[in-house]
Every structure is written in structure tokens, then in C-alpha cells.
Design a protein around this ligand. Structure first.
Ligand SMILES: [Zn+2]
Length: 174
């Protein structure tokens, strides 16, 4: 499918133009008046060029600070490239998610280590509410920690589901 979109005349790549300003010098418009198609950023550059320079107290315009439109336009292109590089460095959503997941796992490693340390040596079976009191962590935290410890084979569970179940630290674990 062919799509006809006006591209910015000042951009190096193809950027859609948002406006097509015409330069009218004199009192009336002519067909030969130069016109440009510009993107939003370059339109801003052009509009800034129409802002008069401030005069100093001596009545002189500071010529040194005056930059040509080409320079300003080139700077805008440079900024665009710089922005692209900068944004490319930002971590992706996937990377951020992975980092968060890793941090959460590490957090659970710490919590389950606390639970394991609080449990008595093997031979003694404790219920989850008893472990709660020893480790002073919320019951959901203790429950998840115990699950992790069981997955690692450091703790064994006896009995049924719920608060009636008993947990035992495995001898050579600590
Ligand atoms: Zn442009």
C-alpha cells in the first residue's frame, strides 16, 4: 500500500511533517514564495528563528550568539540522535521485570533462611503457628518460606494441610 505523507524537509530521515510554512516577503503572497514541510521539532526551530535578538545597552545585537538556522536545525538532529541512543540504553520492560523477579527471589531466600534458623534441630516437629512465634514473621511469609524450604529438601512436612500440619528441619540441613 502506498501512503503519501508529507515528510519533514529538514530531517535526515523520514519524519511526518506537521506544518508547511510559507515565507512571504513583502505585502502579498506569490506563487513563488518558498515553502517548507516541517516536523514538530523543526517547526519549533523555525519559529525560534523569528524571535528577535535582544539588543545590549549599547544598542548592538550580540552577533556571536547568533546561530544560523542550519546550525540550530543540525543541533536539533544531533539531539534526536542523542535521545535515541539514550533511550536505547534504558532497560527494557522484560529486563526490569526479570530484575524485580530476581530481587523478590533473593528476598525469599533471606526470609526462608530466617525461618530455617528459627526452627529447632531435627527430631522436633513444630506446627506453623509455633514457627510463627519463633521467627516473628507474618503467617503467609512463614508458609511461603516453609514451601520453599520443602522444595529445597531442607524441611519435611507431616500431617494434613492447614495449621495442623507439622514441620521438621532435616538433620544435615543447618
Ligand atoms: Zn524535522
Amino acid at each position: 500500500m502506498k501512503v503519501n505523507t508529507l515528510a519533514c524537509d529538514w530531517c535526515r530521515g523520514v519524519t511526518p511533517a506537521v506544518a508547511s510554512p510559507t515565507l512571504v516577503v513583502g505585502s502579498s503572497r506569490k506563487g513563488s514564495d518558498p515553502t517548507l514541510d516541517l516536523c514538530k521539532g523543526h517547526l519549533g526551530v523555525l519559529l525560534r528563528a523569528f524571535v528577535p535578538h535582544q539588543r545590549t545597552q549599547l544598542g548592538l545585537t550580540n552577533q556571536n550568539r547568533r546561530r544560523t538556522i542550519a546550525q540550530v536545525a543540525a543541533d536539533y538532529n544531533t539531539k534526536k540522535v542523542r535521545d535515541r541512543v539514550r533511550h536505547a540504553k534504558l532497560p527494557t520492560k522484560r529486563a526490569k521485570h526479570a530484575a524485580r523477579h530476581e530481587a523478590a527471589l533473593l528476598n525469599w531466600e533471606t526470609k526462608s533462611a530466617l525461618v530455617l534458623a528459627a526452627m529447632p534441630n531435627s527430631g522436633q516437629r513444630l506446627s506453623r503457628p509455633q514457627i510463627d512465634k519463633l521467627v516473628k514473621l507474618p503467617k503467609t511469609t512463614v508458609l511461603k518460606s516453609l514451601k520453599l524450604l520443602m522444595q529445597k529438601g531442607l524441611v519435611t512436612k507431616y500431617g494434613y494441610k492447614g495449621p495442623g500440619a507439622l514441620y521438621e528441619k532435616i538433620a544435615d540441613a543447618s
